[in-house]
Design a protein around this ligand. Structure first.
Ligand code: NAP
Length: 241
């Protein structure tokens, strides 16, 4: 399955890329600017015998998203699957303290960009293709005092998942989402909480944070034929949270 993964070079996206490659699926990986991480992920996949390409693009820019899909299709000879994964948080704070610029950035990168990617996927995927959106448990928890802006965008992603699943069902394109809980990646440092995984892990129902590989396993299962009758589903991968 020829797969495009946005934000596919670090964290959950990287783990998903490795999982795809292990299944023999060629991948096109997108990232924003960290070329060293992209190179490292490409090298890991190629050393394991997989096929991978990486393309820099800001998914919040519709022209760059269109170019990214062009590049991915050219590199892989078409696309069968898209994982809409790129996402950001910013410094934790109450909503009252957030600037309009920050709110605009969070909405553009997490929600508008998901719509841009979904639009290209809807235009280009063949009948029988598949899309997985990476949402967040924040969509149902709301993240009060930390990042309600981020949580609200992920609520939008969940609604997009439900609507697009119905819209594309006549073409047998399955559309699903995953809602990770607290997963051990660098995103928490970006929110000013580098110790979030260590501090909150023991308080979670399963007694620990999750790994990117555990989320990737859910994503690739949803993409796979094993989930052939699953569409419009949003799978919590949150350790019971
Ligand atoms: P991460 O480790 O910070 O990796 C983020 C990836 O997204 C990087 O490849 C980054 O590229 C890319 N990216 C960021 N902004 C982009 C943009 N504007 N255009 C293109 N690429 C962009 O993040 P993660 O923790 O794996 O998170 C992945 C997804 O899971 C996100 O949607 C996040 O909201 C969601 N999630 C994460 C957690 C968690 O606890 N980690 C929990 C729930 C949901 P560069 O390397 O070039 O910066």
């Amino acid at each position: 399955m020829k797969t495009l993964i946005s934000g596919g070079t670090r964290g959950i996206g990287r783990a998903t890329a490795l999982d795809c490659a292990a299944r023999g699926w060629p991948v096109a990986l997108n990232y924003r600017g960290n070329a060293a991480a992209a190179d490292a992920t490409l090298a890991a996949i190629r050393e394991a015998g997989g096929t991978a390409h990486a393309f820099a693009a800001d998914v919040a820019d519709p022209a760059q998203v269109a170019r990214l899909f062009d590049q991915a299709e050219a590199a892989l000879g078409g696309l069968d699957a898209v994982v809409v994964n790129a996402g950001i948080v910013e410094q934790v704070m109450p909503l009252a303290e957030m600037t309009p610029e920050r709110l605009d950035r969070i909405v553009r990168v997490n929600l508008t960009a998901a719509l841009y990617q979904a639009r290209e996927a809807a235009r280009r995927l063949p009948d029988g293709g598949t899309i997985v959106f990476v949402s967040s448990a924040a969509a149902r928890l709301g993240s009060p005092g930390k990042y309600v802006d981020y949580a609200a965008t992920k609520g939008g992603v969940d609604t997009l998942t439900i609507g697009l699943a119905k819209e594309l069902a006549p073409r047998r394109i399955r559309v699903n989402g995953v809602r990770p809980g607290i997963i051990d990646t660098q995103i928490h440092a970006d929110g000013g909480e580098p110790d979030r995984v260590a501090e909150l892990g023991p308080t979670l129902p399963l007694g620990r944070a999750g790994t990117a590989a555990e989320v990737a396993a859910a994503i690739t299962w949803l993409m796979s034929d094993a989930a052939s009758y699953v569409s419009g589903a949003i799978l919590d991968v949150a350790g019971g949270r």
